[in-house]
Write a new protein. Structure first.
Length: 1105
């Protein structure tokens, strides 16, 4: 072997290194020579170099193989993700002292770059000259107290994933033994638990605004983007953890973001930042239609195909937008990147829209390297998401945006020092290897929004999401999703990659193939292949023309059952003991089923409390959930977590496999509650209230009959069998009436009927969603108050309860109402009747567990609306308001555990706050749903909720309104008041005038207010603006910012339906606060102004302040 070389690189190879005797001898000569030239060794080259130096090899028992093996340069602190494929290792104890060569056991590909650099430098080069000049020494940030700003109430575009992220941040800080101060008015969030298992230390239920955050900082003085700009953080010496504020501003400000990417020659879509509609139109003309509008400091975007659409959309919600070229037909790709203070970067995953399946190796690594490059340039410390558009047939790409988030890296902890809690062997500096595919599908509920188009586009409309895991695309998409056009035709119309289309075509072909057989003739191989493709029992039954139950029997008789696999993120490269599970018809079990547990079905804020209560009792928990946004889908919250559909088939598969000793369905919402009876009939033990009783309460006609037998008051009712019955009932009791189907979620198909034409239309809708149960019609009681009782009972005896009052009159869905605790306008006599009726119902239905009962109250008359034998959406609110964990109590009741009843708010000894009031307010998605009419009705339309507390109703109400995004008016107010509300509104109008507001009003309202000594300016209805040029235009008033509050109180009988709709939509589209309910009017706000003139100076306060 010649020793004449400039640089020696000994690379990788297979097998036992000790067999390469000649090579070892030659390398030994190199090491013994006085050559100053550098020597590199990687993989087997590492082993050869070590053997040549005198070290000893050994055989690895399992081998060390994988694509994503993290390694750390111990001299520099840098971590690298490498590939490894070894059967042998080197005994480090046998290494000679003071080695002078560079060697690595793995494949750190960056060394190839260093090697080439050395060659180019020639004899002047050295290893030191091509390695980092200075060691990176991460400094742990020394803080004792951290302020975390929560995401607030959930809304479209900002749903549960942000609440989940906040919960992860709080959990990480607690694990690092830091005091965590949380500001978050989201009462349903696990973050804000103050009873039971606490998340943060102090929790402030306050609006997340600069004013209130400043107050908390003033009180708490934590040492760890508006506040930054105003100097508040500097004034109180508050350190921003993680990504610097300047970097966040660079990712949120569209022009700054564009400039930053240009600095590193990265590609963005052709775009122009503008601040006026006129400039937006000019920009679009220059770029060419269609264009995409993206708002600064806001979520979402809008597609504009022409000038008219752009003019209608531009600047409705933001003072700055980016007009960019719409890249029709390009693939949408996302990468999740994590970077620490030592500049270590890993890409946690990448996603393709639909799913990351069609990227080539070159495309994948090109976008990965770009993502790391961009994140480093922006200075992000923590986790972030980068979104691309990728041309389907070239390597051209554009970057859409980068979203930064918080993690414990913000504390200065480098990735290699953070343990991977899934494998418990690797570090967080690790890029997962997946042997499964995950599909996330949005959930829509557009039927709840009057006037909504069912088309989807660039503006988000979904109200949630589900996630499914499978071994193949077909299995995963079938779990999540549940016409003769060719693949090429669909591809031409949609630009969806043909890979996905062929997969979907395969699913339809499998369905057609199944349809050629019946339950007797279907071959086992075909049935197994259908199950492997994700076909549910229901789908198999439809194809074979049999029921779902019969299809399950056929499948089980063929000995076809699912396997349980682990989600280990490692593709078995390392042993893992994760409890993150899914079912599949591919492979074999990854674990055994010796330990039986209690199953909890569903998702929601109470789910996690139930799990924690069970674990505190020493019970093993098995959770089934498919909502990736909830904390209950954290694998470390339960003993076993199945990411599966909430269907009868999946629950039966898991309970039979796990041998669960019981199943809890009453903490996960309506869907698990609907499964109670089917599971019971299949032999599954339902814990708590009997499924038979749940069925009696859900069946409205049966429930109403029982109330009659108990002598409990309710509105006049009748079970319907025909349209004639409905018309006859309405003619007897008078319109309006309420149609109520059974077993529905969020009052689906429930409607107030004002006449015979509506009766026919709404009855057909109700019958469709409640085909197996009769629809009940009741008299709609006008002007009644509504109260709710959240309670827990044991064997029919109420143990704990809380009574809340709705701000809005009856007729608005309970999930859309503003709740008050304690009640404010209900007489003591009526409250006693409510409690008496509650106890009668609990006894009649033998309730053991949580339940919620809703009542109408008119004077001293009390009438039951309905009773849900499960935890309601207000359980979190009442628990946190009175300081009693209702879910913990309910869980102990369902398990038969002992309770100290003396501490509970019984019917005889309620816990009623005396020095504070709690207000729960809904969050609505109106800005995202541009066609929807933003008015409240008996169908649920809210997507989230917030709650605040104050010394009186006015203080609490104002904070709650501000937490929903409501802004107090400063100048003009536009009013449009229907006749029946005007007299009651008069006092409010006088107060607004005395406060100095300029009042605008529609013609009729203006004439009436002027006649009653309230000066107003009359404005023309939208439909008359072109004809009536003498009156101010409502469109201009709203769009040009002359009015910053709209009070629109119409009813269904007005002739100005379209005009009122346009006014409401303009208010929402231009970000002007809107009030459409008489009870939620400006009166409370301005009463508060008079009674609390020093609002801005008041203490920040938490629940009791």
């Amino acid at each position: 072997m010649s020793l004449e070389y400039d640089c020696l690189f000994i690379s990788n190879g297979p097998g036992d290194p000790s067999l390469a005797k000649t090579l070892i001898q030659n390398v030994c000569k190199v090491l013994e020579s006085d050559h100053p030239q550098p020597v590199f060794g990687i993989c087997m080259g590492n082993q050869i170099t070590a053997l040549a130096a005198g070290a000893q090899p050994y055989k690895l028992p399992m081998g060390n193989r994988g694509q994503n093996q993290p390694v750390v340069n111990v001299m520099m602190g840098q971590a690298f993700v490498t590939s490894q494929n070894h059967g042998y290792g080197i005994d480090s104890k046998s290494l000679p002292p003071n080695p002078f060569y560079f060697s690595s056991f793995n494949h750190p590909y960056f060394l190839f770059d260093a090697f080439i650099s050395l060659i180019r430098k020639g004899k002047e080069g050295s290893i030191a000259s091509v390695m980092p000049k200075k060691p990176v020494v991460p400094q742990r940030i020394q803080v004792s107290e951290v302020l975390v700003l929560g995401s607030g109430g959930l809304s479209i575009g900002q749903v549960g994933e942000f609440d989940y992220s906040g919960s992860q941040a709080v959990k990480a800080m607690k694990e690092e033994n830091l005091k965590t101060v949380l500001i978050n008015p989201n009462i349903a969030s696990v973050q804000t638990n103050e009873v039971g298992t606490k998340q943060a230390d102090p929790v402030y239920f306050l609006p997340i605004t600069p004013e209130f955050v400043t107050k908390v900082i003033r009180v708490e003085r934590p040492n760890g983007v508006e506040l930054f700009q105003s100097g508040v953080l500097q004034k109180y010496r508050v350190q921003v953890l993680g990504t610097p504020v300047e970097s966040i501003m660079a990712t949120e400000d569209r022009q700054l973001f564009s400039d930053k990417l240009m600095e590193i020659n990265e590609k963005i879509a052709p775009s122009i930042a503008v601040k006026t509609v006129a400039d937006a139109l000019k920009a679009a003309d220059k770029i060419g239609y269609p264009v995409m509008l993206r708002s600064a400091y806001a979520l979402g975007s809008g597609l504009c195909a022409n000038r008219e659409k752009l003019e209608d959309t531009a600047l409705a919600m933001s003072c700055q937008i980016m007009v960019e070229k719409y890249l029709l037909g390009w693939k949408e790709v996302e990468y999740e990147v994590v970077r620490d203070v030592a500049d270590n970067c890993v890409t946690v995953c990448n996603m393709e829209n639909p799913y990351s399946q069609t990227l080539s190796n070159e495309e994948y690594h090109m976008l990965r390297e770009t993502a790391i490059k961009v994140v480093r340039h922006l200075g992000i410390v923590g986790e972030c998401n980068i979104q691309y558009a990728l041309h389907p047939s070239s390597l051209e790409y554009c970057i859409f945006e980068v979203d930064a988030r918080l993690s414990r890296i913000a504390l200065g902890i480098p990735l290699p020092d953070i343990k991977n809690t899934v494998s418990e062997q690797t570090t967080a500096c690790f890029e997962p290897s997946l042997d499964y595919i995950v599909t996330k599908i949005p959930r829509w509920d557009l039927d709840s929004f009057h006037g909504m188009s069912r088309e989807i586009g660039s503006a988000m409309k979904s109200v949630g999401e589900v996630m499914a895991v499978g071994r193949t695309f077909e299995e995963s998409i079938q779990k999540a999703l549940h016409s003769g056009v060719t693949v090429d035709q669909i591809h031409d119309l949609t630009a969806i990659d043909k890979w996905f289309l062929h997969k979907l075509k395969h699913i339809t072909e499998m369905e057609q193939l199944l349809g050629q057989y019946n339950s007797v003739t279907v071959p086992r191989d075909l049935l197994l292949k259908a199950k492997m493709d994700g076909f549910s029992d229901q789908q198999v039954g439809q194809a074979l023309d049999i029921s779902e139950g019969e299809a399950r029997t056929v499948t089980l008789n063929q000995n076809i059952r699912p396997w349980v696999k682990q989600i280990d993120t490692l593709a078995a490269e390392y042993p893992a003991s994760t409890n993150y599970l899914y079912c599949t018809y591919h492979g074999q079990h990854d674990l055994d089923f010796k330990d039986h547990g209690i199953m909890i079905v569903g998702y929601g804020p109470y789910h996690i409390g139930d799990i924690r209560a069970l674990r505190q009792m020493g019970k093993r928990t098995v959770v089934v959930n498919h909502n990736p946004e909830t904390v209950s889908t954290d694998f470390d919250e339960c003993d076993r977590l199945y990411f599966e559909e909430l269907t009868l088939e999946c629950i039966l598969d898991i309970t039979q496999q796990e041998g669960c000793t019981g199943c809890i369905v009453s903490v996960g919402g309506q869907i698990p509650n609907n499964l109670a009876m089917p599971l019971h009939l299949k032999g599954v033990k339902i814990l708590g209230t009997s499924p038979v009783q749940i069925d009696r309460a859900e069946e409205r006609s049966v429930f109403s009959s029982i109330l009659d037998d108990l002598g409990v008051g309710q509105a006049p009712w009748r079970a319907l069998s025909s349209l004639e019955d409905a018309v006859s009932f309405a003619s007897t009791v008078g319109y309006p009436c309420l149609l109520r189907p059974s077993y529905v979620l969020s009052c689906s198909a429930m409607n107030v009927v004002y006449g015979q034409e509506e009766m026919k239309r709404f009855l057909e809708e109700a019958t469709q969603v409640s085909q197996d149960h009769p629809v009940v019609i009741t008299k709609f009681i006008r002007g009644a108050r509504e109260v709710e009782v959240d309670a827990v009972a044991r064997m029919g005896k109420v143990l704990a309860h809380a009574i809340t009052e709705h701000v809005e009159d009856a007729g608005v869905h309970s999930g859309d109402t503003t709740l008050i605790l304690p009640t404010q306008t209900i007489s003591q006599g009526a409250l006693e009747k409510v409690k008496t009726a509650t106890q009668k119902i609990a006894k009649a239905f033998e309730i053991s567990g949580p339940f919620n009962t809703q009542f109408l109250v008119k004077g001293n008359d009390v009438m039951v609306i309905e009773c849900n034998l499960r935890a309601s959406r207000s359980f979190s609110f009442v628990s946190k308001t009175i300081g009693v964990d209702f879910i913990d109590v309910a869980t102990r009741v369902m398990l038969g555990e002992p309770l100290d009843e003396s501490c509970l708010p019984s019917l005889e000894n309620p816990i009623i706050p005396v020095d504070y009031v709690g207000i729960k307010a809904p969050m609505f998605p109106w800005p995202r749903l541009r066609e929807a009419d933003p008015v409240l009705c008996c169908k649920k339309t809210s997507t989230g909720e917030v709650a605040c507390f104050g010394p009186n109703i006015y203080s609490a109400f104002l904070k709650a309104m501000l937490s929903t995004g409501f802004k107090l008016p400063q100048n003009g107010i536009l009013t449009g008041i229907q006749h029946s509300f005007r007299l009651n509104f008069l006092s409010t109008a006088h107060q607004l005038h005395e406060e100095g507001f300029k009042l605008y009003a529609t013609e009729g309202t203006s004439a009436w207010l002027n006649a009653n000594d309230v000066p107003t300016i009359s404005v023309a209805w939208p439909s008359q603006e072109s004809k009536n040029t003498t009156l101010p235009s409502i469109s201009r008033l709203i769009s040009e910012g002359h009015t910053d509050l709209v009070v629109n109180l119409p009813n269904n009988n007005t002739k100005f339906l379209k005009d009122n709709f346009q006014i409401r939509r303009m208010a929402v589209d231009y970000g002007v606060p809107l009030i459409t309910n008489f009870q939620v009017n400006a009166t409370s706000l301005f009463h508060y102004r008079q009674r609390e003139p020093r609002l801005s100076e008041s203490s920040a306060g938490s629940r009791h302040n």
